[in-house]
Design a protein around this ligand. Sequence first.
Ligand code: SF4
Length: 323
Amino acid sequence: MSGQSPDSATKPLLGIGSCLAGNAVRYNGDSKSANQHVRALSEHFDTRPFCPEMGIGLGVPRPPIRLVGDVDTVRIVDVASHEHDYTDKIQAFGQQVIDSAPRMCGYILVKGSPSCGYERVKRYADDGRLMGSDQSGVFTAALHAIDPLLPLEDDGRLNDPGLRESFVTRAITYHQWKTLRESGLSAQKLIAFYTRHKYLVMAHHVPSYKALGRMLADAGSQPLEELADTFIATLMNALQQRATRRSHSNALFHISGYLKKRITDAQRQRLATLIEDYRTGKVPLIVPITLLKHHFADTPDAYIDQQVFLDPYHDSLGLRNQL
Ligand code: SF4
């Protein structure tokens, strides 16, 4: 099966806010304690810490900075005078980070930071009045502008089981994509990659599942690099759609169709009941998935065995116990 082992020689690489990684780099010389989910991810991924404010030469301790301006002209400046503008330097540091870590498949940001916040960062007027909590940090916005497919989350949002599962799924998928690209692209490899991810995409977004199938059926008609870019953008955007109990159940029923002649009527009925129990919220996703995996362990199917959907990440992360 396709799950990621924590002992894999090529663990996926996440960027992480340096203060969250335990380094005393905040403006006042503190670090920020990582919650249990950040700590768990740090065991399953390689992590590389970055601090944009230190990266542009601001020391510790340093005067605090904040976002100031109108929504479409926001700058990051010092709190005391608003006269020192660090926007361009922090944006340039974003490019430096992307260039220095080409294997990076996701980034754990820092809630509320004017540099590293994911969303709802405070924005002030020139006179110091709070105008709203409606921004991403400047470094975050730079990362997204440079690589819109890079999965981003902050430590606060990772407390949400659905967002956490989505982040891990997308990061591992992006890691696998980067690994494929490094090995050299071909139309065959592209099709094999999609074949493995089919039911995962179906569980998130059926229109993308259909669009990707059409795109690859026509694989010979456009330059490979162009096709690859459109393909991975469509796939990653599909995975960004939040999977629901209904959409997961749809994928589970499709996969259970492959067991048709391999299990008894009673076993089939039990499986259908469990999928329905999952759909209606009585049991978590791990329950029907586990039964499916037991059946396919007894009667292996080469096509289903390669499906990432059944094993997208290491079980010990426990992500499907809470979905
Ligand atoms: S939030 Fe970002 S800029 Fe601030 S200390 Fe942490 S890593 Fe550095």
